[in-house]
Write a protein that binds this ligand. Sequence first.
Ligand SMILES: [Fe+2]
Length: 179
Amino acid sequence: MSKCSTVISFNYDVDLLSKWRNVIMEHQDPKHSEWVLEHLDLNAMTIDQMPFKIMPDELYEDVAKAVAPINVIKDEHCCSIERLKPNTKVELHIDHGMNFTAGPLVRKTNVLFNLSDRPCNIIHEDSKLNKSFHKGEILILDVTDTHGADNTDCDEWIDLFGLNLRMTYSDTIEYFKTL
Ligand SMILES: [Fe+2]
């Protein structure tokens, strides 16, 4: 286990998650605004945060199927669509806004699925710990530790699906060993 992020191969349904991503991107439609809890349009990325418990059942069921055997609990877990903008860099940060102890979006660890054909480059304070992950891989990321993303050499959007299982980084790593 690396200190702040780990890449593992994982056989998830990219087509199903990508179809679902398109639904999220239409969230400006008033019928979606009640279940997209937060939409952020930042300098280098956009983030849409969604707790499963306020989402339509069919979307939750699609996600659960796409990421099986990960056990997605409707009343507890959250997910996100996170899109890195072309030729930009997400500067090093900690996800303070996620409130690590309480609140509907509390998140200590982000499990990221790459839905794009291009690699996603995650950066850390110690550049020796930087990671690159591709479609067919997931990145388990400790968001209580410093991280960012470097998309400066890529002229395409990188689309990521994020799963928040509400566990610490080390507990998440241990959970994935059981799958
Ligand atoms: Fe972050």
